[in-house]
Design a binder for this molecule. Sequence first.
Ligand SMILES: Cc1cc2nc3c(=O)[nH]c(=O)nc-3n(C[C@H](O)[C@H](O)[C@H](O)COP(=O)(O)OP(=O)(O)OC[C@H]3O[C@@H](n4cnc5c(N)ncnc54)[C@H](O)[C@@H]3O)c2cc1C
Length: 351
Amino acid sequence: MPERVVIIGSGPAGWSAAIYAARANLNPLLFEGTIKPEMIPLGQLAMTTEVENFAGFPAGNIRAFVESAVDKDRHYNLPPAPDHKKDGEYHYAVQGVELMELMKQQALNFGTRVVGDDIVSVDFGTKPLKLTAAGGDTIESHTVIIATGARANYLGLSSEESFKNRGVSACAVCDGALPRFRNQPLVVVGGGDSAVEEATYLTKFASTVYLVHRRDELRASKIMQQRAFDDPKLEVVWNSQVDECLGDDEKGLTGVKLKSTVDDSSKTLDATGMFLAIGHTPNTTFLDGQLDMNEKGYIKWTQSFRTNTSVEGVFAAGDVADDNYRQAITSAGTGCMAALDAERLLAEIGE
Ligand SMILES: Cc1cc2nc3c(=O)[nH]c(=O)nc-3n(C[C@H](O)[C@H](O)[C@H](O)COP(=O)(O)OP(=O)(O)OC[C@H]3O[C@@H](n4cnc5c(N)ncnc54)[C@H](O)[C@@H]3O)c2cc1C
């Protein structure tokens, strides 16, 4: 018997789709992926610390709630609770892993079946749709929800890796308001619209934002460029690339070493934060081009305000189809939409 709904991916989009599909008695099967250098089960939020902008999670004694809600056999996965106290009470934002474990638990509570494997290939030319897992299993399903996310591109420096979550970030909207970045010099790397947008956004918090760009002109649109040039807190550092992230275990990132792209010179900038804005790569290789994608490689939604893709029965949710918002809450929202879209199609085809 083919499955009714298979969900690929275990970030906010995947678990939200699972919660809705399971509550609709569709008995969803979710592939949560395996650990890889660029991606881990539970998604991108599992790679970060505080999440301050997911509605419903104000700072407080979050840990007590998490421990009471998540099955004991997964407590080992939870990060140590930060000891932030205010007026003698615990006061800290939910950690990324904690939030994701709560989403997983909510999906399990309604009966979602979870497989700890990757989907490595698909055949969307047949009905039912066919999926193959890395372990060799073949799965048939009437509907598939793809929620495999996208990964931020990093420079690939080993020093950059050591300061991730301690100064190095790939998301200004997610992290810019954190205390370590307030009234401090920050570096943004990139030269396109999103780099300028992130740099302009960060000027709200930073003392100065250095926009470091490899070339002598920005790729951003003229209007965005003008906004950058007019901003007194934003300085463009031309013809330069980050050669090394500087800092120590105690303080995290304290600066970056820049190398000129036109001569042999180098210099150091003090900064408590370095934000990468050099694009994202959606996790779609396993699809082997069987769905229509946009020019950046993201899955195309084919109807407005629906999660339908170019193949009937295949829906896409979260960052894998969204190169615009890229937030946990928007991913969760489209995960919900995908489950409802799948449920309607199943009703139409009598499944
Ligand atoms: C460092 C960092 C901090 C962030 N902070 C915030 C924040 O504070 N607030 C906020 O709203 N957003 C934040 N974001 C963005 C947010 O994490 C993403 O928008 C969100 O996680 C996207 O959810 P998703 O479900 O689409 O995909 P993801 O979270 O990317 O999850 C995709 C999942 O799919 C799995 N997968 C991939 N390929 C396969 C496959 N072939 N088979 C099976 N499984 C597969 C992966 O293992 C992964 O678990 C942050 C991102 C980063 C990187």
